[in-house]
Design a protein around this ligand. Structure first.
Ligand code: UT7
Length: 325
């Protein structure tokens, strides 16, 4: 049986770093509040020339280099994003142009913070039905352009960045073992954004309060912990993997307190959780592929390891996936 296996990873962060002490000068907040409530000490903020498609393309180039795959060999590009610089064409088509993946078809997928895991599930299904296909799976966001920098409730939470994986078919037991994806649109208003993203400064200048990210943090928190715990239980049961067999957990880096609650409930062992929110904030769909790339390049992820992903975001949309690395 063929499965989608990750053969190369890459990531890209914008140049500018925004620290908690920088935020202290912008809104009524403190390093102490941000650190204890979110776990973040700093985040990266995109500037000109670092639009979502540009950082996505750079992450893709790094993943392709690691996989030793040329852009022309890519058959599909799928980008999980809610902050592309244009409403159309898709971010994926802009990435295609940037890297010269001229033999691919390309499109975006909107599952907010859960976007990368949804995209990975999709890539796996494509390569299972067509093992010749090589897929570029990307999570990329520049939520800084969608953030109300006067709202201390949200502006301390998010960061920009991109991560990419090259996925191809493997029939020797490695790859995506299974996934469990869910959404519940009844709770759409807990976390939403009305604005159409744009790289046009005139359009961005017309931002009204309603066009930024709006969130009911407390309710999102409760749903996130419950939903991710349930998704992990489901995927472990359906694949038939026990707690002891899981080597590494890469959760969506939403918030340290959400992660701490998840760690407690899942009982898989704190040491198995890969957490890097301190450096990046919540980068939405980019958080998992950035962490995968980091863990991969640091040698934390080793061939044959069983990797668990779990994610949660606006939609509400959430899920979990198990991968044999
Ligand atoms: O990918 C999923 C994305 N979403 C999330 O990860 C968010 C999930 N939610 C959370 O993690 C938390 O709800 C937050 C971190 C967003 C907020 O933490 P909280 O403990 O739920 O705070 P709160 O909203 O209940 O506010 C508590 C207090 C309030 O002051 P009063 O009313 O008690 O006087 C807020 O005004 O903290 C105040 N506050 C701040 N104080 C300093 C809110 N933001 C800040 C801030 N600095 N940045």
């Amino acid at each position: 049986m063929h499965r989608g296996v990750i053969i190369g990873t890459g990531s890209c962060l914008p140049e500018r770093v925004l620290t908690n002490s920088d935020l202290e000068k912008m809104v009524d907040t403190s390093d102490e509040w941000i650190t204890t409530r979110t776990g973040s000490k700093q985040r990266y903020i995109a500037g000109k020339g670092e639009e979502t498609s540009k950082i996505a393309a750079q992450a893709a180039r790094r993943a392709l280099a690691m996989a030793d795959v040329s852009p022309e060999e890519i058959g599909l590009i799928v980008v999980g994003t809610i902050s592309s610089e244009m409403s159309m064409p898709s971010c994926a088509c802009l990435v295609q142009k940037e890297i010269g993946a001229n033999n691919a078809f390309a499109y975006d997928l909107n599952a907010a913070c859960a976007g990368f895991t949804y995209c990975l599930d999709l890539a796996d299904k494509y390569v299972r039905s067509n093992p010749e296909l090589t897929v570029l799976v990307i999570g990329a966001e520049t939520l800084s352009a969608r953030t109300n920098w006067k709202d201390r409730n949200t502006c301390v939470l998010f960061g920009d960045g991109a991560g990419a994986c090259v996925v191809s078919a493997d029939n020797a037991g490695r790859g995506l073992l299974g996934s469990y994806l869910r959404s519940d649109g009844r709770y759409w208003d807990l976390l939403h954004m009305d604005a159409a993203p744009s790289m046009n400064p005139d359009i961005n200048a017309s931002h009204s309060e309603a066009s930024f990210i709006l969130m009911n943090g407390r309710d999102v928190f409760k749903h996130a912990v419950r939903a991710m715990t349930d998704a992990v239980d489901n995927v472990m049961t359906s694949v038939g993997v026990t707690s002891e067999q899981i080597d590494l957990v890469i959760p969506h880096q939403a918030n340290i307190r959400i992660l701490n609650s998840l760690i407690e409930r899942l009982n898989l062992g704190r040491e198995k959780f890969y957490i890097n929110i301190e450096n990046y904030g919540n980068t939405s769909a980019a958080s998992i592929p950035i962490a995968i790339d980091e863990a991969n390049r640091q040698g934390v992820l080793k061939r044959g390891d069983v990797l668990l992903l779990c994610t949660f975001g606006a939609g509400l949309a959430w899920g979990a996936a198990l991968i044999k690395w």
